[in-house]
Design a protein around this ligand. Structure first.
Ligand SMILES: [Cu+2]
Length: 485
């Protein structure tokens, strides 16, 4: 007993977190919604990238703390492409997305809710729209696909879904410690509003938690001694959809929109213009208004950071400077939107169209080394500024009819002629584009198609790396403004 408690104490004092991962943000049709915007994330920034602590807890639905929603709900179109982003360092997309030692399947679930910002998420109502495990033809797991796609997991919403609020839940299961009773689930939820006049609903749903348990073939699989091609993905099959929902002419989002007058965003926080002033007293009062909002911004900043708060702080400093210079006519740049403009990005490989599995899109041969460009939200001048949008914004081809959704994922793969234009328009790379960290090709490998760079990963290596995650304000010190009466 003593030994055990000593061990526990040692564990408790061990360095904070391993390099796991977390869903930090998402894109709709390639457009970044902003770090932490409309995303349910573990509110404990120091543990944000940890796997869900227990498969039996409500944390399985939308991650730790995920029974509580955030204020924003982002509009998506019928059949929109939703791209989830993972990061090992939640506030730094330039770093590793997921340690290569994490191998396993991934999936995306949806739940129709009446209010995505208040729904408690846990419980029945979830249905799967995509999953992918191991592909023996390429010897790659879903995690390999995500890692090699810059941490992006893209799936199309099934076309014709009943419109309204949904929680969209990506899931990664890392199996490296599954045989030791530690299947590591990574999840989170995006709060979306689907603008659709469709009436498709799932034929059946499952409860989360409950849909997967410990000591099942999917969660205690020994990746080191078993053949990966025998692996069975956890949870239900991709849901069959059936007509049966409320057919409405058109659904209009009424809640969760960006608040009026939001001139600066940091995750779900919004800065609003301060009161106009023309006197010394008014100037300092408005400065206080500004700093008070900054306080809230920093307090509410999720693990993705406080870049927006820092920009907001500059505004407050400008007001201070005005007051000090006895220029009592402001605020400066009144009403100017300070949120850096969001630009659509190339999301790379589209993982699934209506549950069809990884889509081998015909990549244009010229697009071989398209590198992901970080949204650079913290900087007012994104690196991609000069260019016309890096990727043509994927558009939904109205003539495309989604293939019938059937239980067998292979059968659901759309025929080449039926592929939606999202696949052919965007410069999608199917074959791995070598990231700088890629391993050298192993000696005996299948040949690489002409015009592509191929990277073969044959060894699964568990790398345990210790990193320190801190939730400090990063240089920010609370500013107390002397009110000069
Ligand atoms: Cu991990």
């Amino acid at each position: 007993m003593k030994t055990q408690s000593m061990l526990l104490a040692a564990l408790a004092s061990a360095p904070a977190a391993l390099a796991h991962t977390v869903f930090t943000d998402f894109m709709i049709d390639g457009m970044p919604q902003g770090d932490g915007v409309a995303i349910r994330m573990n509110p404990n920034a120091a543990k944000a990238s940890s796997p869900v602590p227990s498969l039996d807890s409500d944390d399985m639905a939308c991650n730790v703390g995920g029974t509580k929603g955030v204020s924003r709900v982002q509009p998506a179109k019928d059949g929109s492409l939703i791209t989830f982003e993972i990061r090992s360092w939640p506030n730094d997309p330039t770093k590793e997305r997921l340690d290569r030692g994490h191998v396993g399947p991934c999936a995306v679930y949806l739940k129709k809710v009446s209010d995505a910002s208040t729904d408690t998420a846990a419980g029945d109502g979830w249905f799967k729209i995509f999953d992918h495990g191991y592909d023996s033809s390429t010897d790659r797991w879903c995690t390999d696909e995500i890692i090699d796609n810059n941490g992006l997991l893209s799936v199309n919403l099934p076309k014709g879904l009943e419109g309204g609020d949904y929680l969209a839940r990506p899931e990664i299961l890392a199996l490296h410690a599954a045989k030791d009773g530690d299947p590591q689930f990574y999840t989170g939820c995006a709060q979306i509003f689907v603008e659709s006049s469709g009436n498709l609903v799932p034929e059946s749903t499952v409860s989360i938690p409950g849909y997967v348990k410990y000591n099942e073939p999917s969660t205690d699989f020994d990746i080191y001694n078993k053949d990966a091609k025998d692996y069975v993905i956890p949870g239900p099959k991709v849901a069959k959809l059936t007509a049966g929902g409320m057919k409405k002419a058109s659904t209009v989002q009424t809640a969760g929109l960006k608040p009026e007058g939001c001139i600066m965003e940091n995750a779900n926080w919004c800065g609003k213009e301060v009161s106009s002033y023309s006197t010394e007293k008014g100037c300092w009062a408005s400065a206080t208004e500004c700093w008070d909002q900054a306080d809230v911004c920093y307090d509410e900043a999720p693990a993705t950071g406080n870049a927006g708060c820092k920009l907001w702080q500059e505004k407050c400093k400008d007001i201070n400077a005005q007051c000090t210079a006895m220029n009592f006519n402001g605020p400066p740049n009144k009403g100017k939107i300070l949120t850096p403009e969001k630009k659509s990005i190339d999301v790379g490989k589209i993982m699934a169209v209506n549950g069809g599995g990884i889509v081998d899109a015909p990549a244009p041969k010229t697009s071989s080394t398209k590198q992901y460009e970080a949204p650079a939200k913290a900087s007012p001048k994104p690196a991609a500024d000069k260019a016309t949008p890096a990727a043509p914004k994927p558009t939904v081809d109205e003539s495309y009819e989604s293939p019938p959704i059937v239980e067998q994922p292979v059968a659901a793969a759309p025929k080449p002629t039926q592929q939606p234009t999202t696949l052919s328009k965007a410069p999608v790379s199917t074959i791995t584009v070598a990231p700088s960290s890629a391993n050298a090709p192993a000696p005996t490998q299948p040949s690489c198609p002409e015009g592509y760079k191929c990277v073969y990963v044959t060894d699964v290596e568990v790398v345990t790396e210790t990193v320190y995650v801190t939730a400090t304000y990063d240089g920010y010190k609370r500013r107390h403004i002397m009110y000069r009466a």
